[in-house]
Design a protein around this ligand. Structure first.
Ligand code: GLC
Length: 735
């Protein structure tokens, strides 16, 4: 539909119709007799409001969506189609690794492929928009939603934000196999005080702009269709009603011209924040801040009509919001085809098809990070007698907390995969214990509470595991968090494995010290005990539907682990927030300096247990000193920095060679290093290659003391290595 017709449509709509467009309802209000249900009364929403709503959250299924769309449009005064939106975060039904695991792959192009696959499945099931990518920068492992991010690095997050947006949106929003993407949560949601979800965010302007905004900008530059507001405050004003943030920064400075949707109930929550005085005030402030869609607070449908009729809010602001929603519907092609990609037959064909499972398996394999491998414990050898022990040996819930569209029943467990793929190996299986301690209670979206069985059952599991360890040459322990221990509203003050699993680790390693641990978790954990009682540690995150087969292939040497940490693993929770790109301070501590008066702890090291960018493979590499092709450059020149990389191990392997820069002296303090590029290299044993990076003046820019985005002349250090722990450096001068 051309823009003039959209304007004519807008002009023709009643005030109530326009208010309907800016309200998103959840599916259950549509399909059950919600009037009788609490939500509608609580939200002050009438049946008429429902009939005029513009978008729907949480309905899937081609037939169901087609029926709702048909009924809805028939009764709508202008027959305007609904947009169906939902959280397709790491897959629709074929679930691939959680975003933090994807970050570990250091392969945004792989995430783009996964997003394409998710869009193909979800679009066939009738969905139009996904609330992804989540690109909040994260430095605090206590925050459960780190699992939804691609990590602590601003450069890496930007690459993934762009790739995922392009993956979902493909070559056009009207496509039958694309989804509109929605970058979230704008902005700075990943930095809550004390790592406690929904808590206050306190960031300096410079930190906010230099670390937290760039990845959202990358999504906006990739033409992301929507942005979602965040629950937190920015400069002490809730983001959802923060006019400066939304109108001046997001729309004017960053150039976003799509639809801005609130997070779930966030408009109404500005009252609890202590900012809005009541729901009318909240509705007014949100519309004035430029929020186009009210997701389920009900403040817009309940209060906007009166506010506009009484002249407390300009109708033009409503018209502006409605026009952006109509334009989105138009870009999605819904006026021409309200059913877009919905196709029950195709839904049946594409969901969980072999190629989708194969991609999910590849993404899982590429996300694993080998943290420790003493004595080349891994890969396992066929002639060894091996025991697979732990609650994740036969567990199907490997999908992560934002995969309610997936079905754990589709998952191939580690045991199932091993029995099929390594049937001629000598592997025994024992669960050993449950995931959680008996007294732990977790509330999820459904009644996910798992039973731990009777004490006799637990004793039987325990003894079976001890026997298996006794009989084996090597043990692989499969341990981890419960999927409900990470994700939204899952902050933790203690970052250890459940006690029962820690006891199992200690018991098994006392019986047989030849232990490797495979971890299933959605956040960096305190791995001191795991480190103490194991020869090898493989981080598997929440690997998705095909996590089992992917792990068996890597553990048996069919492929090697190539992941690198996208987020630092702290020595313990006392170190958090910990991140590699910290400032030097006036009293930098370099181990093992004994001077008391330095920036350090009395009782723990400064260094994380495992740093950003770190990961091992099944071979070893040597990286030479950095060579620069010149010692100084002007702003319009570049410098080439090179290293020689050699595979000094015994099997072909892949390494991630990372470029870090440090501005030694500037008008504001600068991080000790920042990732500015990386290259993945695969080499045969003995083979060597040159890895070169071109350093441009643009890479040296930052927010200077007077707030301009610029570089400053001076000395820069160049570090090139296999993780952020790299120390050897070369210097150049920017004139
Ligand atoms: C949730 C989350 C957000 C999600 C939305 C819709 O509260 O904060 O990430 O997209 O609601 O499910």
């Amino acid at each position: 539909m051309d823009h003039k017709k959209l304007e004519a449509l807008l002009h023709d709509m009643s005030l109530k119709e326009k208010i309907g467009q800016v309200f998103q309802i959840s599916g259950q209000l549509l399909v059950e007799d919600a009037a009788a249900m609490g939500p509608m009364q609580e939200m002050g929403v009438t049946k008429e409001d429902l009939a005029l709503a513009g978008t729907v959250l949480g309905v899937t299924g081609a037939e169901r969506i087609q029926n709702i769309q048909k009924e809805y449009m028939e009764q709508h005064p202008h027959h305007i189609p609904l947009i169906f939106m939902l959280d397709v975060i790491n897959g629709y039904r074929t679930v691939y690794p959680i975003p933090l695991a994807q970050g570990a792959s250091f392969q945004p192009e792989l995430s783009k492929e996964c997003a394409r696959m998710a869009a193909r499945e979800a679009a066939a099931a009738g969905l139009h928009v996904t609330f992804s990518p989540m690109t909040d920068l994260v430095r605090d492992a206590r925050w459960g939603r780190v699992m939804e991010s691609t990590g602590e690095d601003v450069y890496l997050n930007g690459l993934f934000a762009k790739a995922m947006t392009q993956g979902y949106q493909g070559d056009g929003l009207a496509g039958a196999e694309t989804l509109g993407a929605c970058v979230k949560h704008f902005a700075g949601y990943g930095a809550p005080d004390a790592g406690r979800d929904y808590n206050t965010v306190q960031l300096t302007e410079r930190t906010f702009r230099e670390y937290y905004l760039p990845a959202y900008q990358a999504a906006v530059d990739a033409k992301v269709a929507l942005v979602m507001t965040s629950f937190n405050t920015v400069n002490d004003i809730p983001a959802t009603v923060n006019k400066t943030l939304m109108r001046d920064i997001l729309r004017k400075e960053m150039g976003f011209d799509g639809v801005l949707i609130s997070d779930f109930g966030a408009i109404g929550e500005t009252i609890a924040h202590g900012l809005s005085s009541d729901r009318a005030d909240a509705a007014r402030r949100a519309l004035e801040a430029g929020v186009d869609i009210d997701m389920m607070s009900g403040a817009y449908p309940e209060k906007l009509e009166q506010l506009i009729r009484e002249g407390q809010v300009k109708e033009e602001l409503l018209d502006e919001a409605v026009m952006r929603i109509l334009e989105l519907k138009n870009k999605l092609g819904l006026f021409e085809n309200p059913y877009k990609g919905a196709d029950a037959e195709k839904e049946e064909q594409v969901i969980l098809c072999p190629e989708n499972r194969a991609l999910a398996r590849k993404a899982a394999e590429q996300s694993f990070v080998l943290l420790k491998n003493d004595g080349d414990f891994l890969p396992l050898k066929k002639e060894e007698k091996i025991a697979f022990i732990g609650p994740y040996v036969n567990r199907k819930q490997l999908l992560g907390g934002w995969s309610f569209l997936g079905d754990a029943a589709d998952t191939v467990t580690v045991e199932e995969a091993a029995r099929e793929m390594a049937s001629d190996w000598s592997i025994t299986f024992a669960q050993g214990c449950q995931v959680l301690d008996p007294e732990t209670r977790l509330v999820g979206f459904g009644n996910d509470q798992e039973t731990c069985g009777s004490p006799d059952d637990q004793q039987a599991l325990w003894e079976e595991a001890c026997d298996a360890a006794r009989e084996a040459d090597k043990v692989v322990l499969f341990l981890g968090e419960h999927f409900l221990q990470t994700g939204e509203a899952a902050s933790r003050g203690v970052l250890e494995l459940p006690q029962v699993q820690q006891r199992l680790l200690e018991e098994i390693s006392s019986i047989n010290p030849q232990v490797a641990v495979v971890l299933f978790n959605g956040r960096p954990l305190d791995l001191r005990l795991v480190n103490e009682h194991s020869q090898a540690i493989l981080e598997a995150w929440m690997p998705g539907t095909e996590g089992g087969p992917a792990l068996v292939r890597v553990l048996t040497g069919g492929s090697e682990p190539v992941g690198r940490l996208p987020m630092s693993f702290p020595y313990c929770v006392g170190q958090v927030p910990v991140h590699y790109d910290e400032f030097p301070t006036g009293r930098p501590y370099h181990e093992p300096d004994q001077n008391r008066f330095l920036s350090k702890y009395l009782d723990i090291p400064n260094r994380p247990l495992y740093p950003f960018g770190y990961g091992l493979g099944y071979t070893a590499f040597a990286v030479s000193k950095v060579r620069l092709d010149k010692q100084e450059m002007t702003a319009d020149e570049t410098i080439t920095a090179s290293v020689t990389v050699q595979n000094v191990g015994h099997r072909t392997g892949t390494d991630v060679i990372q470029l870090y820069l440090h501005d030694v002296s500037a008008s504001v303090v600068r991080p000790v290093k920042q990732l500015k590029g990386y290259q993945r290299v695969t080499l045969e044993p003995g083979q060597e290659t040159q890895v070169s990076f071109e350093i441009s003046e643009e890479m040296l820019r930052f927010y200077t003391a007077d707030g301009t985005w610029a570089s400053e002349p001076g000395v820069f250090e160049v570090m090139i290595g296999e993780s952020s722990a790299v120390e050897q450096k070369a210097e150049f001068l920017l004139r």
